[in-house]
Design a protein around this ligand. Sequence first.
Ligand code: HEC
Length: 471
Amino acid sequence: MILLSISVFLGRFHPLLVHLPIGILIMGVLLHWISKKQAFHAIRPAVSVTLLLGAVSAVFSCISGWLLGMDGEYDPDLLDRHRWMGIGVALVATLYYLIYIKKIPLLPQGRLPYLLSVILLILLFITGHLGGTLTHGEGYLAFGGDEESNVKEIRKIIPDVQEAMAYDDIIQPILQNKCYSCHGPSKQKGKLRLDSKEAIEKGGKDAKALVPGNSEESELYTRMVLDMLEKEHMPPKGKPQPSEAEIALVHWWISSGAGFDQPVKALPQEEHIKPLLLALQQDQIQDPVKPDVPEQPVAKAPEQALNKLKEIGVTVVPVAEGSNYLSVNFLASKSIGDHDLKLLEPIASQLVWLKLNNTAIGDSAMHIIGGLPVLTRLHLDNTQITDKGLSALQSLSRLQYLNIAGTKVTADGLLSLRQLPDLRSVYFYKTGINAANWPQLKQAFPKAILDTGGYYLPVLEGDTTLVTQVK
Ligand code: HEC
């Protein structure tokens, strides 16, 4: 046991240790070549010492590499090639040294040391490259970085989620985005691969990763919901984590039998899973939406106006680093009135996101908001506003997101905003709007996602209105 931990410990040093023979041997070869020039004869004694050090460090690298390779966490083919190339480096380096110091007199001298020096350089390059591919994944040299910086989230376009394939279109992309980097073609941590049906069914070194029909017994799922502080949590702490929705979808897929070739519509769908599935579908509909920060640059907001807002406890921050566009949040300033909202006027050309939710604001202040020409996101939830106030917002031609949840607004109020061209999301649970209004609203806002909290009105092609209860 102790012996095992020592060897694991030594193995860990391999990635560090390998830099020694690479550096020393290249140095040795260069010294060797240079020393042939008359002017550099003096450095000859240094050549044999350098070559000796290089050969010895190459042997040590082989030993540490062998120990690391026993972990079995690497692609076996790649590992094999890297291993034999590494041993080749150590052998050629030793031979090169012995011939250089003429310890093997039987072999012909002359050009042989040169030939060996060239072979050594080639071997060093190949071994190093294979080693890099083992730790960093395919193509790391070409992209010049760790695999994670190159990873882009893969998403399948799902026009109709019920017709989509549960594994291929929903589960596989999650595994690809969050697990393949360590359980895929170039690495198999825990001897587990997750990039094919056969591999997933085979499982890892300790247990079956997948028990169809039983998420709680499937490590594929349980490891994701383990406490983040647990060593077994997957993906390991600090790596990109799946979202709650993704975890719930994996649970749903395993619980429903973990089929690899079934369409979504063939699987049972409990109420809580429906909105998650629907969200996959809405994704690509929301994609072409205009950015919610204007593309054209804007001048900096006047410092004085910002200070006045900050004085009354309002949070004002740029929407992105280096941007002059502003996000303003009144949450911390409870008792604000029209007078305070007037402070927004000097920053009207910069103000794109405004949060007034849970404040005492009412209808009388809405004409000020209506005068904010670039506003794209507005939170008015849990305020005193009514239909009358809302109609003052018709001038917000760029508004994309509106939250009026928890207000007295009715369908009439919301309908007064039907002309807003970019309005895509409206949240209105706990308002005067009720189920009877939905068909009318759906027609008035054909492109918008109307969210009532308990009910979604999904975006549908054509003019059919479908109302799905999700809670
Ligand atoms: C950054 C690397 C990394 C990522 C990303 C990663 N894992 Fe792992 N995984 C490991 C390591 C290391 C082990 C072995 C140590 C252990 O068993 O805890 C392991 C082991 C496992 C095992 C146990 C295998 C066995 O039988 O011993 C499962 C199951 C697993 N991972 C699932 C996942 C899932 C599912 C994801 C994606 C959501 C994922 N892992 C992402 C590094 C990773």
